[in-house]
Design a protein. Sequence first.
Length: 317
Amino acid sequence: MIEFAMSNVPLLTKKIIEDEGDNDYSGTEAQASGGSNQPGIVIAPGCGDPLGAVLIERAGFEVCFMSGYAVEATYGRPDVGLLTLVEMAGRAAQICDVTSIPLIADADTGYGNVVNVTRTTREFERAGVAAIQLEDQILPKKCGSMKGKGVVSVEEMVGKIKAVIDARTDPNLQIIARTDIAAIEGMNAVSDRLAAYREAGADLLMALGPYSEAEVRTFVAHATGPVAYLNSESFTMPMLPSDQLESMGVKLLILPLSLTMSCIHAMQQTLDVIRNNKADTRAFAAHSMATWADCNEITGIDDIMRIERSFGPDRSR
C-alpha cells in the first residue's frame, strides 16, 4: 500500500543501530567485536530515487541508503557536490513517501558551516529519514572514491556533529560520521578523527579508503564506537562479504553504487537492442525486462485502483 507521508509532522523514527549507553567501546578488538547489544550486521543497499527504494524494500532489506552518488547520477551529473540541500532533502522525502523502512540519507558535508548543518538536520528530519551520513570533506566535495579531496579540521567537523544533535527534534535521528582523511594522510590519522567524532556524539563511524583488508581489521578493532562500512564497486576499499565484516564487528554495511551501476549497464544493453534489432525488443524483453504487469504492481497501481473503486465515481458502465 502507498502511504502518503505527512513530512511536516515530526515522527519518532526507528534507530538504524541500537547503541546502548553502557556498551564498552574502548579500542580493543574484543570490545569492538562485542560492544553492541544488537546482534548481526545491517545491510543497506543504496539508491538514488524512489523506485530503487521500493525495490530495496520489496527485496526484504530492512534499511535503505540514499546515495549522494546515485542521486546525482539521476540528474546525469557526477558526484562532485553539484546538488543542494533542497534537492537532496526533497529526494529523501520522495523516497520516504513510498517506503516504510528506515532511510539513511547521504547529507554530504552538511552543505556548509554549522548554521547550514542546522537547517540540513531539520530538512532531513521533515523528510522522514532515520539517519544522516555526514562527512568531513571541504566544499566543494567529491565522491569519496575520487582523487583531489580535501578535509576540514577536526574541530570544524566536531562542531557540525554537535550542531546536528542540537538541531534535531527526534532523539532517534542517528549520525554516521565519515572521515576521508585516509586518502590524504593515511590510515594513521583515521582513528584520532573518528574518536573525536564519537566523543562529539556520532552514533556510527565510517572511514573511506584507500586501505587494505588488514587495515580494515585494525581500524574496526580500535574503533571507539559502532562501525559502518562501504562495499563499493569503485573498489577503493576492499569489498568484503557481510559475514566476514560481521565477524570483525562491523554493524552497518552500505552498498552505495550497486543499483546505479546495474541500471546503467541494463539501460545500455536495452539501447543496444533497440538500435541493432530494428527497435524490436520482444525477444530481449522475454528474459531481460520486467513485465508490464510487474511494473504496474511495483509502482503501486493496486492501491490506486482500490482508492478509485472506494471513493471515485462508478465507471464500470
